[in-house]
Design a protein around this ligand. Structure first.
Ligand SMILES: [Fe+2]
Length: 372
């Protein structure tokens, strides 16, 4: 048995740990840029807490708050240019996966000369970046600790990843209080993304005993707490356990990769703007049934970890039924007729290689049709 684990440097977890941000980042320098979205980090109070902590520790900062869903490479170029012009020493990403992925790529590519699109198109680069600090305000993407940045690739009309073993954050602060004001629908969708990470990691061809332990714990935590967090966003235990489940799932899948649900959900996001977690939620039960032939035992274990007495796919359908989340691709905004294009783009995904059952074009087509 051989495996390599590439784990993040520092993870700080706990309620109100955000208040210690300033003191913790002093080691990286005295000037930074905060990368975030327009609204939620402001309305939730997360940005104010970050600003106050940085000011207390005399860290100067600039705010880039233009990140939206499905960020493209030009967004990263903007942050890289601003960071260079201002001569910042580290980059803080705060928000959901989009803000964190932009911040991570901007920090990792800080010293590269070409536009970000070149690196998304697989131009090699050496990591000579600056530190990235990840602060999630959702419980789902795991981007605060993963080794890749998912961006919209205009040249291919798809979402792809730039990855580097050293893209991992120097510091991740997982403060569950930052998720308290997350709307129900986002709690549901991001939580289903985290559950899909955990389940696809558990069945990945690259799974090893350590990632199985991590992914299994994440499945348990998310299975027991997702509906509670959706039903009552102020349930502190449910929010803390979801934040924990999400980061543990991130640790697992950053080592193992994911699978065919993620491979299909990226083109669905790129072409129809179906939120990533929603696409995963709809695809997951059908993908489990597809893969069952090759890893039935793993899904039986997952069924136990989820806590119910039905098959894993049935438990997930029941979970989705009880949450404010679209149940079919058509309901989520999919328009019939572009299946071939989705299939083609699905095969550009590296995640397919880690899926436990080999996948052919017809299989992807069948999965999409079943999810409509
Ligand atoms: Fe994901």
């Amino acid at each position: 048995m051989n495996f390599l684990l590439n784990l993040p440097n520092n993870i700080v977890f706990g309620e109100n740990t955000i208040d210690g941000l300033g003191e913790k980042v002093k080691a990286f320098g005295s000037k930074c840029i905060i990368v975030t979205g327009k609204k939620s980090t402001k309305s939730s109070g997360a940005l104010d807490k970050i600003i106050s902590s940085l000011k207390k520790s005399k860290i100067s900062f600039f705010i880039f708050d233009e990140v939206k869903g499905e960020p493209d490479t030009e967004m990263v170029d903007k942050v890289r240019n601003l960071a260079k012009t201002e001569g910042v020493e580290f980059i803080i990403g705060v928000g959901g996966g989009s803000a964190l992925d932009v911040a991570k790529a901007a920090a990792g590519l800080y010293n590269q000369n070409l536009k970000t699109l070149s690196y998304l198109n697989k131009e090699p680069f050496e990591y000579r970046g600056i530190p990235f600090i990840g602060i999630p305000t959702t419980s789902g993407t795991g981007s605060e600790i993963t080794l890749n940045s998912v961006l919209y690739n205009k040249s291919k009309g798809n979402k792809n990843s730039i990855a580097h073993p050293r893209f991992q954050s120097k510091l991740s602060i997982i403060d569950p209080t930052l998720t308290y004001s997350m709307p129900d629908a986002i709690t549901a969708a991001s939580g289903m993304d985290a559950l899909t990470h955990a389940i696809e990691s558990y069945t990945s061809l690259a799974a090893n005993p350590i990632t199985l332990a991590l992914a299994g714990k994440a499945i348990e935590l998310i299975g027991q707490n997702l509906v509670k967090a959706v039903d009552n966003g102020l349930d502190k235990d449910a929010r803390a356990n979801m934040a924990l489940g999400s980061v543990i799932a991130g640790l697992a899948f950053s080592q193992t990769g994911v699978g065919v649900a993620h491979s299909i959900s990226h083109p669905l996001g790129a072409l129809f703007h179906i939120p990533h977690g929603v696409a995963n939620a709809i695809l997951l039960p059908v993908v489990i049934e597809y893969n069952d032939k090759t890893c039935h035992n793993r899904y039986e274990e997952i069924s136990v970890l989820l806590g119910g007495n039905m098959k894993a796919s049935e438990q997930i359908r029941k979970l989705i039924k009880s949450m404010p989340i679209p149940k079919t691709l058509l309901e989520a905004g999919y328009k019939k007729g572009r299946e071939k294009e989705i299939v083609e783009k699905t095969f550009q995904s590296r995640s397919l290689k880690k899926n436990p059952r080999p996948v052919k074009e017809k299989d992807v087509l069948d999965i999409i049709r079943e999810c409509m």
